[in-house]
Ligand binder design. Structure first.
Ligand SMILES: Cc1cc2nc3c(=O)[nH]c(=O)nc-3n(C[C@H](O)[C@H](O)[C@H](O)COP(=O)(O)OP(=O)(O)OC[C@H]3O[C@@H](n4cnc5c(N)ncnc54)[C@H](O)[C@@H]3O)c2cc1C
Length: 247
């Protein structure tokens, strides 16, 4: 069974940009906490955010967080996104959820080639069958050993899941603060990132731009706000990328 990427912004800090402007103002003014938000109009808020960008002062943006729900992504993507340590993750368990007909992601290049696609689907079906067989064999053995059926099934699938592929679809809830999110966009919206995580990062960026447009104005790959750091590996599409991300 094939699935599609779905990204939802589940929650975010209310008045995110104002909170950041408050933290920034605190750094640069003598105002007390009682009055720190006085006069923080949308224009002032924007100018505080711009000041942080100009100074490269990033810590005030750590005060706001964004929580995303993601589905239709592979375990391969999961391995990549969880390398971003400054975030919190909850992931659909393969230990406790039986993969009765597991869903899987098909890379576009494989989908576009009939021979590759047929082989891919056949491989997935074969893995499904082996998974079911291994789970059944182990379950029968544990039941014969005197373990109750439900518990036997649970420990059987814990080991059967070792045969499941990177393509296996998963679901993730993840929370990033804005600084960490910017860093993630920097790495994963870049053309050098893999297509799947790039597609997810692009969706996440679209969603946060709707609720905090000034904060994420220059977010995206490094070439959006500066030079490409990739040297010989550069995709050379700087203008195209700026047009895409600076809208
Ligand atoms: C195109 C691409 C190819 C990649 N290829 C590989 C690969 O082949 N093999 C591989 O293992 N990984 C690879 N990665 C993953 C990459 O090395 C990072 O692990 C990943 O992008 C997370 O980035 P991060 O560490 O900046 O994020 P986070 O873990 O969220 O960290 C954010 C920032 O906090 C700071 N920080 C966090 N932890 C520490 C620490 N322990 N010490 C010091 N500073 C810290 C750093 O400034 C860091 O940038 C690749 C990533 C990309 C985008």
């Amino acid at each position: 069974m094939e699935t599609k990427l779905k990204v939802k912004l589940l929650a975010h800090t209310e008045n995110a940009e104002k909170i950041i402007a408050t933290a920034a103002k605190l750094c640069y003014s003598s105002s007390d906490i009682e009055h720190i938000q006085d006069g923080l109009t949308p224009e002032k808020t924007e100018s505080f955010l711009q000041r942080l960008v100009d100074l490269g002062h990033e810590s005030p943006i750590e005060h706001v967080t964004f929580t995303f729900g993601v589905e239709g992504v592979s375990r391969s993507l999961l391995a990549q996104i969880t390398r971003h340590r400054i975030a919190s993750y909850s992931v659909k368990s393969q230990r406790y959820v039986t993969e009765g007909q597991f869903e899987y992601v098909v890379p576009p290049a494989i989908k576009a080639d009939k021979t590759a696609y047929d082989k891919y689907v056949k491989t997935m079906e074969s893995i499904q069958k082996e998974y079911d067989d291994i789970a059944d064999i182990l379950k029968a053995k544990y039941i014969a050993d005197g373990i109750a059926e439900k518990a036997a099934e649970k420990i059987a699938i814990e080991d059967a899941r070792f045969v499941l592929p990177n393509a296996c679809e998963t679901k993730i809830v993840m929370t990033f603060n804005a600084r960490s999110l910017m860093n993630m966009f920097h790495h994963r919206c870049c053309e050098r990132a893999q297509w799947e995580i790039r597609a997810m990062a692009d969706e996440m960026l679209k969603l946060v731009k709707e609720v905090a447009p000034t904060l994420f104005k220059y977010a995206g790959p490094p070439c959006v706000s500066g030079n490409c750091p990739e040297g010989k590996m550069s995709c050379g599409k700087m203008l195209e990328k700026r047009e895409k991300y600076l809208c």
